[in-house]
Design a protein around this ligand. Structure first.
Ligand code: 5AD
Ligand code: SF4
Length: 479
């Protein structure tokens, strides 16, 4: 008779919100096949490091962490270490040579096969029935597991790296923390080929989730008390399922009973159109917030980035959004020192920032990613790191200045806040406004999940502190 042992798994995730969602998905798959999810590697039989590949810095951090886990393996020789996610897909089985203590390397389309892969390593949680290789999907094929090395001492090293265009994650369920907000992936992969970006190569082409599955998930979340959902996708607004385009899905989600706030990230500027803006403006649950990655404020750079819009097109879209939703908060992503970017071209990006006045900007130095088209630019185009750093510092300074000015002008407003966490100090809570601004105010931790109204009293530049106020809807003016 097989020993009935429940195995313990720990998933540690790095990177973007999509990856965090994938981490929860792996936890869900493992839990479903009988594993217990634990909160630290020390308690675990299986540790999965779920990695990001978007910039070199992110990868270096993760490699350091993985070698640290090898220390743990010295004390627990049976510990299984898996590296999953975008970096695993990018580096592939070479990682298993570089780090012989890693047992599994698995890309983003392999997660359904996680229980089966662990079984091949002689580890399986026998709590639930043995049938489970993850919930079945009509479309996805069996995991393609490659044995990369076989050592008597260490056992086999396995690679699951096939990108599977049919894997749309149907039937798989995330393991979610309790809380008022949830992220809901509606799309994975990307059909664009921005020349700096590794995503299409590690996550494959765009794959959308069936809309009825998305809606059913949102309804289940609402039944569990979730009131805010953020729809996730690499180019979320290019979502399509049959005749249903993204604005249609957004409307359906916004109308689910119990859902009070809907956000989505990240849209591609090309697919911001009148229909989308109309839904944003008319559906009460859709928040007055838009993250719109601009990447650059210079046309030649945008063209060489293959962004497929010009600065004027971007400004027109922003105008259209602001006309319909005047109070909208806008955020963006910007890359500086893209190969070949001249100083004057960088200054165009500063001009774009001054023109649009984004509420928040996430700013990055270009990071060379092997395998992306930009690596083929002439060597002389690559910008020295000191120069890149100078540009980044100037951009950050400007965006902080603008953010500080905007936020200072918002002091005195009363805003609806969804209380998300306890604040740093006891007796304080922290939440977000519909416009995605963080507010801290006095309140009991029991209030997490509540909607309150807060007077914004002070700003640090980036966040607000305030106090809760009684609020009743403004009376209709009598004419
Ligand atoms: N170098 C620097 N930043 C990058 N991003 C994507 N790829 C790179 C790269 N190679 C940034 C983009 C994107 C954000 C998530 O990360 O701004 O919108
Ligand atoms: Fe990368 Fe461009 Fe796709 Fe965004 S749209 S994931 S930047 S290739």
């Amino acid at each position: 008779m097989t020993e009935k042992l429940v195995k313990r798994a720990y998933v540690e995730t790095y990177g973007c919100q999509m990856n965090i969602s994938d981490g929860e998905l792996m936890e869900g798959i493992l839990e479903h096949s009988g594993y217990i999810i634990v909160g630290s590697p020390e308690e675990a039989d299986v540790v999965l490091v779920n990695t990001c590949a978007i910039r070199e810095h992110a990868e270096k951090r993760v490699l350091g962490r993985v070698s640290q886990l090898n220390g743990l393996k010295q004390d627990k020789p049976d510990l299984i270490i898996g590296v999953t996610g975008c970096m695993a897909q990018r580096i592939g089985s070479t990682l298993l040579d570089q780090a012989p203590y890693v047992d599994i390397v698995m890309g983003p389309d392999g997660y359904r096969g996680l229980p089966e892969t662990l079984r091949r390593l002689g580890i399986a949680s026998a709590d639930k029935d043995e049938e489970h290789a993850g919930p079945v999907s009509a479309s996805a094929s069996a995991p393609s597991i490659e044995v990369v090395s076989e050592s008597k001492k260490r056992g086999p090293q396995l690679a699951v790296l096939k990108l599977d265009i049919d894997e749309n994650y149907q039937g798989l369920e995330q393991r979610r923390q309790d809380g008022p907000s949830a992220w809901v992936p509606i799309q994975r992969g990307c059909d664009h080929r921005c020349t700096y970006c590794i995503v299409p190569y590690v996550r494959g082409g765009e794959k959308n989730r069936p809309f009825d599955e998305v809606l059913a998930e949102v309804r289940r979340l609402a039944d569990r008390g979730v009131t805010e959902v953020t729809l996730l996708g690499q180019t979320v607004n290019s979502y399509q399922w049959g005749d249903l385009l993204f604005p249609g899905l957004l409307r359906l989600v916004a109308q689910v009973d119990g859902i009070r706030r809907v956000r989505f990230t990240s849209p591609h500027p090309r697919d911001v159109n009148e229909v989308l803006v109309e839904v944003m403006a008319t559906e009460a649950a859709v928040c007055e917030q838009l993250h719109l990655p601009a990447q650059s404020g210079n046309n030649r750079t945008l063209k060489r980035m293959l962004r497929r819009y010009t600065v004027d097109m971007l400004l027109e879209k922003i105008d259209m959004v602001r006309k319909s939703i005047p109070d909208i908060a806008l955020s963006t992503d910007i890359i500086v020192a893209f190969p070949g970017e001249t100083d004057a071209e960088f200054r165009d990006t500063l001009d774009l920032m001054r023109t649009v006045r984004f509420d928040e900007a996430f700013t990055y130095k270009y990071s060379l990613r092997d395998g992306t088209p930009a690596t083929r630019f002439p060597e002389r185009d690559f910008i020295a790191s000191e120069e890149a750093q100078t540009r980044l510092a100037e951009l950050i300074e400007l965006s902080r200045q603008i953010q500080g000015q905007i936020n200072s002008s918002e002091v005195g407003r009363v805003e609806e806040v969804l209380i998300e966490h306890q604040g740093r100090d006891p007796g304080q809570v922290r939440g977000r406004t519909r416009r995605n601004k963080v507010v801290v105010f006095d309140g009991d931790v029991e209030r997490v999940g509540d909607y309150a109204h807060a007077l914004l009293e002070r700003t640090t530049g980036a966040t607000f502190s305030g106090s809760e106020v009684a609020y009743s809807k403004p009376e209709m003016a009598l004419v």
